[in-house]
Design a protein around this ligand. Structure first.
Ligand code: FES
Length: 927
């Protein structure tokens, strides 16, 4: 211990701390200044940035004693006497806050920049902002709104919000900051890791770290004997079901006989500190018999492949998904031209900037017994006693988590409570169980609260990824460009456990003919088990992968037929009256043609050229279109229940509360739900409080997946509020509570025809790319986009979803690859995974199309995933136009591109991180 003296936020600090402490630890643990967040502990993400004597520093690796005698400033110091700093206000007004986990670091970096430029008498530019923020990541916003907010705070004008086509009503169509945004910009927002519980222990998990092996023995005796260890649990200590899974329960909570991927859990430890828990892991001895590994979906389908789950009659085949429409042979017989190509897409990582954290609290816990605090309860205005086993977690499926925790603990679901805390991003990656069950098991065993916080490295190792796929696609058309047939075979790497593979790859398959009216379609998709990390939900839900293949083939087709790439899409675009690949007749709300028209109109200004050269740079435009279902569909009951309570008050005005267990991960759901309630009640949206995700107080809104929340939960809230308004009219002045159980229109399972989905959203995107002919470097300079969202309930958060989704897909196209070598992740630290920084962000021009869907709330459809779908094909189509080289694998390998240009090859099939060429795929799947 040594004496540390500094000034923090204007107050002197004088305390004894270990010399190994980092500044972030002093701020968060010793001073309880939890506004500073931790994303990686690697000095890579920058979200922990604070100011030391006015200079931004990355506090997670900044030795605390280096700050001795300095002035340290954190986010908590910015607003004074309740008055927001100009930067905070601008972030609020421009929707520059989504999940908010990065916001404190981004704002502190921006504050230093504005002060530096002001002192130098310079006018702040976008280039200054890009340089200052190049090492501070935001995974949600796409940086555009951040840049606008910083310019505004420096006193400059910024472009207005994207226009919507429909006039605003009382609350619908009006821009509104998300409800929790104010807490996120002031540092008051508490994420799971920010909560304190008296008597809390710290947990760690013993991981397999080998991808496939039989467990011969597990010896935990030495770990149990370590001072400070309170519990070490293995599969033998599980009172209930030792399996979990969102859809199919095949994933061991703690492995008993075998490990199937490197992230498998063997044992869990609760101890007085994280350090002791980590030391205990090293004392757990596990003997293995190593087994052969299968790490490729196509190899997994071979008869001699090692079996991941030996007891399955289907071997490694998780699901064969089939889509059939019309007569595929007749369709190709009608075609004048056929394009037949195979593409590959990589496994990718969500990289939400808040690593997973769960805090389990045992039934009967009272902090008084430990002489201390329970700020999680205090923040919610509740008594600190916990009557039930409770888990605090940022989860995309709170009720699903409740049921899974209860099943493993051998309890009734009602005996478990999930309190959904703020989530620092999810993007599909927080649908599966990670630490929730482990934290609850340890809490019940020790009768103490237990925090299970993953390091960035553990997060990378454990949670499901986006499916790697190999897609062969054969597209036939007549010489005038009309599609006659699409046949596709997809192999999807599902990894070691089922997670959501069947659902994701079904969506990849049903969208594998693209947003086109194709009379004859045949798709075979093979979801395979391997010894890689499980694959699961990821924004785009499989459609991102198939869209890349479909839209690459469409450009090839246009070239072969000497047709305009826009025109060929217009000729075939789904419209009202079209029939989808699964036999659904579109009766309304199909705005793809308008999206294409608007993008073309914006592209083709007076100086428009498809391609041109400037020195050693070539520039070109590429185009792609996409569609995405709203809601679960496929015959699954899609239900959301909401409660609306209204307190009429003549003197202060009527206020209301919406209660629903639907997850907010930064997408802006609370503001949407508040707008729906306010519209029906005729009150201001700001008079509506929204309580999300507490299974004891909020009815079930269902999973946050499939772009469903605005539609399904929005309808539940709308109808509950309408009922409340009617009751208030009948009995004025009387408070009312109304619950509405909303069931989305019935859908049909795949293969049975009819309506497989309640609605579809559509988009067109054009990408302007610059290619350096000397280096192969690809930069996206501009995206022009138009999205048909049905109705823009909140244009501010909608813009954020579109910009953020597009930039996420730029990363998917150019830099992101979760690399596994024989089942062992090479991508084991954040530094080995490149998400887009502000430097990768192009100018984005947005158009909103509003073809309303009759059963959606005020006509709205889902938009969370759609913007992330066509961008990759738009970029690679632009690369082809500029260079003549067709990229068949993602992410684009710029060295391979350069080599192809020099050697005059027209096809590149190796992506960065690939070890072998794209394997051959037989149509129909025969090996
Ligand atoms: Fe920036 Fe979520 S708002 S990471």
């Amino acid at each position: 211990m040594s004496r540390l003296r500094m000034t923090v936020n204007g107050r002197p600090v004088d305390l004894d701390v270990p010399e190994s402490r980092y500044l972030s630890e002093v701020l968060r643990k010793d001073l309880q200044l939890t506004g500073t967040k931790i994303g990686c502990n690697e000095a890579e993400c920058g979200i922990c940035t604070v100011l030391v004597d006015g200079t931004p520093v990355v506090s997670c690796v900044y030795p605390a004693f280096k700050a001795n005698g300095t002035q340290v400033e954190t986010i908590e110091n910015l607003s004074q006497d309740g008055e927001l700093h100009a930067l905070q206000q601008a972030f609020l007004d421009h929707g520059a806050v989504q999940c908010g986990i990065c916001t404190p670091g981004v704002i502190m970096t921006a504050k230093a920049l504005i002060e530096e430029k002001k002192a130098a008498g310079e006018v702040l530019t976008e280039e200054h902002i890009a340089v200052a923020l190049k090492d501070t990541f935001c995974r949600c916003t796409g940086y555009q709104s951040i840049s606008r907010a910083i310019l505004l705070a420096s006193g400059q004008d910024v472009p207005p919000l994207i226009p919507v086509s429909q006039p605003a009503s009382h609350s619908i169509g009006k821009p509104m900051p998300n409800l929790q945004a104010r807490d996120k910009i002031t540092g008051e927002a508490r994420f799971t890791d920010d909560y304190r519980f008296a008597g809390m222990l710290y947990a760690r998990t013993k991981r397999a770290n080998i991808p496939h092996a039989r467990i011969l023995s597990i010896d935990t005796s030495a770990a149990r004997d370590l001072a400070g260890v309170h519990a070490v649990l293995t599969h033998e200590d599980i009172p209930g079901r030792n399996l979990h899974g969102v859809f199919i329960t095949d994933w061991p909570v703690l492995c008993a006989d075998k490990v199937r991927y490197a992230g498998d859990a063997i044992a869990i430890v609760a101890a007085d500190s994280e350090e002791v828990a980590a030391a205990a892991l090293d004392l757990i001895a596990v003997d293995y018999e190593k087994l052969p590994i299968v790490s490729d979906a196509i190899d997994a389908a071979k008869p001699d492949s090692p079996l991941v789950h030996e007891d399955r009659a289907e071997g490694n085949l998780l699901k064969h998904i089939k889509v059939i429409k019309g007569d595929i042979a007749a369709g190709f017989a009608e075609a004048d031209t056929i394009i037949d190509q195979t593409y590959r897409t990589p496994a990718t990582e969500h990289m939400f900037l808040e690593p997973e954290c769960s805090i389990g609290v045992p039934a009967g816990y009272s902090p008084e017994n430990f002489g201390g605090i329970c700020d999680a309860a205090a923040a919610r205005g509740e008594t600190a006693r916990h009557d039930k086993t409770t888990v605090y977690v940022g989860s995309q499926i709170p009720y699903g988590d409740r049921d899974q925790v209860a099943a493993t603990l051998g309890l009734e679901p009602e005996s478990v409570r999930i309190v959904a805390t703020l989530m620092g991003g999810g993007f599909g990656g927080k649908e599966d169980i990670t630490g929730q069950i482990h934290a609850a098991l340890l809490a019940e065993k020790t009768q103490r609260p237990v925090k299970m916080l993953y390091s960035r490295q553990e997060s990378l190792l454990v949670h499901p990824k986006r499916h790697a796929t190999v897609i062969r696609i054969r597209t036939g058309a007549t010489r005038d460009g009309k599609l006659t047939a699409v046949e596709a075979t997809l192999y999807g790497d599902g990894g070691a456990y089922a997670s959501l593979s069947e659902k994701v790859l079904t969506r990849a398959s049903t969208h594998a003919a693209g947003p086109y009216d194709v009379p004859n379609v045949k798709v075979d998709c093979f979801a395979m088990y391997t010894n890689n990390a499980p694959s699961g939900a990821f924004r785009g839900f499989g459609v991102t992968q198939s869209c890349f293949a479909v839209e690459s083939n469409m450009d090839r087709l246009a070239e072969q037929l000497e047709l305009d790439v826009i025109e060929i899409r217009r000729i075939n675009a789904l419209d009202v009256g079209s029939v989808t690949s699964t036999g659904q007749v579109l009766r309304e709300s199909a705005g793809l043609q308008e999206c294409i028209d608007l993008v073309e109109q914006d592209m083709r200004d007076d100086s428009f050229r498809w391609t041109w050269e400037e020195g050693n740079k070539r520039f070109a435009w590429g185009l792609a279109v996409a569609y995405k279902n709203t809601g679960l569909g496929g015959g699954a009951p899609d239900k959301a229940s909401a409660e609306v309570e209204v307190w009429p008050d003549d003197s202060k005005g009527t206020t209301a509360e919406v209660r629903i267990s639907s997850a907010e991960m930064g997408q802006g759901l609370p503001a949407v739900l508040a707008a729906c309630a306010a519209e029906e009640l005729g009150i201001k949206a700001s008079a509506v409080n929204v309580l999300l995700g507490d299974t004891d107080f909020c009815p079930d809104g269902g999973p946050t997946t499939a772009s469903r929340q605005t539609y399904v939960s929005g309808n539940a809230v709308r109808l509950a509020a309408a009922d409340a308004a009617a009751r208030l009219e009948a009995e004025p002045g009387t408070p009312v509570v109304v619950r509405h159980d909303y069931m989305a229109p019935e859908t049909k399972p795949l293969g049975s025809g009819g309506d497989m989905h309640v609605a579809f959203s559509y988009c067109a995107q054009a990408a302007l790319c610059e290619i350096d002919m000397d280096t192969g470097e690809v930069s996206v300079k501009k995206i022009i986009a138009a999205h048909d969202v049905g109705r823009a309930i909140n244009p501010l958060t909608l813009q954020g979803q579109i910009e953020g989704g597009i930039v996420m897909c730029i990363g998917y196209t150019l830099t992101e690859h979760y690399i596994q070598e024989d089942g062992v992740p090479w991508t084991d630290v954040l530094a080995r995974y490149k998400i887009p920084s502000i430097r990768h962000t192009p100018e984005i021009s947005n158009r909103i199309v509003e073809h309303q869907t009759s059963a959606g709330p005020y006509g709205a459809k889902g938009v969370g995933e759609l913007p992330s779908i066509p961008t990759s094909a738009a970029i690679t189509n632009a690369i082809y136009r500029a260079t003549g080289v067709r990229m068949r694998s993602l992410p684009v390998d710029q060295d391979e591109l350069l080599r192809a240009m020099r050697e005059q090859n027209t096809e590149v099939e190796m992506a960065w991180g690939d070890r072998k060429p794209i394997p051959k795929v037989a149509l129909g799947g025969e090996q």
